[in-house]
Design a binder for this molecule. Structure first.
Ligand code: ADP
Ligand code: GLC
Length: 483
């Protein structure tokens, strides 16, 4: 099959800059797709972390004025990734988060910052970056959403376009009067263009103009086409239903491998799960929990936001810790939730331990040391932590939504009899249902054989990128053939 060139357009990429799972996906896709004959180059804003990570670089294009200042498009290799980087100091040379100022509010010029991302992507698609002409542009989330729109209004030959929704809660909505400054024609401000309830919607634009739309699980692909799950975009998605599909994420199996993980006290595999006990002990010690091997240890690794449903865990705490069980939480985000978990650690000393912050090592240590991972999300496009959990013999307890529904096999009676169960699902997303799942987990914890079998089934599950990469490759090829 003919090799294809794909430009992946993203606002974050692991291991260079990350706020969530999008970075993991953007970082893993190029390697996974290489085996499918897809050459992927990633376009990313030149935040300080990106510029610092680059080795030898080449200037591909110069801009006298890219939305308010001079800029350059640089080609470089960084952390084994082939990058095209928008070096535009007036837009990206700032410390901290890619999206937020230190006061926690959006950067006031986010419209221009991510319009620049879409604009440069579109120009690369029009063949304006010597050395790399993409067959397909793959745009991720609202930050890249204008790329298909600029290509549409630019006219002329263009590559295929794929828009992937990693989270429909973030839509990139900006005032309508920016339209002309953003370089879009006045005619674009209609329902068939970039207009979204009287404003400009970057994600809306991407969904309107991309050849294909994907999201990160089949169930989420259905959910976003409903009024409850579509957050205002369900009508558009229903009208384009024939080009919408769900492709599950994988995890990078070299980064997430309990048999080689450098962050773990003890490395282990399916055959020597008992070696996990040293990890559990180290985790308990690190978070100030009683070092008791028999205590059922629940873990959480999560952004702390409304989406993740962790207020339900707080509400379930009396039951959760009721019989000596423990909670190890790593998370950051919502200040109120952070305060509540800190307070819970004081109320249940030795039983609730938390680290409020971002900590790559501790994320691995929770996966390799806790017994069960709680993911009670209200919605979850895919979710990666339950996949890591399965690979690490950490039994996931998840709400039955989005990608959680598609990746965890619930321990119902038949699945248990068949030896197929890999975790616990609960539905609806309510305190009562979460409590029910905690009861079921606690009951199975008493059955050491049954618990171990469930850990091993999770560890035998294919959570890697091979299958999804093949699906993306097929999608890109279909997209090119259709043009
Ligand atoms: P989302 O992208 O919605 O945050 P995902 O489950 O897709 O959720 O991805 C979250 C990613 O971020 C995982 O790789 C997880 O290990 C990581 N992560 C989340 N919170 C933290 C944290 N506080 N410290 C370190 N890693 C974290
Ligand atoms: C988003 C979603 C998460 C998904 C990730 C990567 O951040 O919230 O469910 O796994 O993107 O696709």
């Amino acid at each position: 099959m003919r090799p294809l060139n794909v430009l992946s357009v993203t606002s974050e990429i692991f291991p260079i800059i990350k706020t969530g799972g999008l970075a993991d996906v953007a970082g893993a896709l190029p390697g996974a797709l290489a085996n499918e004959g897809i050459g992927m180059v990633t376009l990313i804003p030149g935040y300080p972390a990106v510029l610092q990570s680059m080795g030898r670089k080449e200037v591909v294009r110069q801009y006298e004025d890219l939305f308010g200042g001079p800029a350059r498009l640089l080609a470089a290799k960084a952390k084994k990734l082939d990058l095209l980087v928008i070096d535009a100091p007036h837009l990206f040379e700032r410390p901290g988060s890619p999206y937020l100022a230190s006061d926690g509010r959006d950067w006031p010029d986010n419209a221009w910052r991510f319009a620049a991302l879409g604009r440069v992507a579109a120009e690369i698609g029009q063949g304006l970056a010597p050395g790399f002409v993409p067959d397909v542009i793959h745009a991720h989330d609202w930050q890249a959403g204008l790329a298909p729109a600029y290509l549409h209004y630019g006219g002329g030959a263009r590559p295929g376009t794929v828009m992937t929704v990693h989270n429909i809660a973030f839509q990139g909505i900006f005032p309508a009067d920016l339209l002309i400054e953003l370089g879009l024609p006045a005619s674009a401000l209609t329902i068939d263009g970039v207009e979204y309830y009287g404003q400009i919607g970057f994600l809306k634009a991407g969904l309107q103009f991309a050849d294909r739309i994907t999201t990160v699980s089949p169930t989420y692909a259905e959910e976003i086409q409903t009024p409850q799950g579509g957050m205002g975009l369900d009508g558009l998605l229903r009208s384009r239903s024939h080009v919408v599909s769900g492709i599950l994420n994988g995890i990078d199996e070299t980064i997430w491998d309990p048999s080689t993980d450098p962050y773990l006290e003890n490395r282990y595999g399916r055959a020597n799960l008992e070696a996990r006990s040293a990890n559990k002990q180290a985790l308990q010690a690190r978070l100030g929990l009683t070092t008791d091997p028999e205590a059922l240890l629940f873990g959480v690794v999560s952004r702390l936001s409304e989406q993740k449903g962790l207020d339900l865990v707080l509400a379930a705490l009396p039951l959760l810790v009721g019989d000596g069980a423990q909670l190890a939480l790593l998370g950051t985000g919502d200040r109120a939730l952070e305060g509540s978990f800190q307070a819970a650690a004081a109320v249940y000393p030795g039983q609730v331990g938390c680290l409020l912050g971002y900590d790559e090592a501790l994320a691995h240590q929770i996966q390799g040391g806790s017994d069960a991972l709680l993911v009670p999300s209200r919605f979850e496009p895919c979710g990666l932590t339950q996949l890591c959990a399965m690979r690490y013999g950490n039994v996931p307890i998840v709400s039955r939504v989005g990608g959680l529904a598609d990746t965890v096999i619930d321990a119902n009676e038949m699945a248990m009899a068949a030896g197929a169960a890999t975790g616990f699902q609960f539905s609806p997303v309510s305190l009562a249902a979460l409590k029910g799942a905690l009861f079921r987990a606690k009951a199975l914890w008493q059955d050491k054989e049954g618990w171990r079998h469930m850990q091993q089934s999770g560890m035998a599950t294919d959570v890697g990128w091979t299958r999804p990469a093949h699906q993306y490759a097929n999608l890109y090829r279909a997209c090119v053939e259709a043009r």
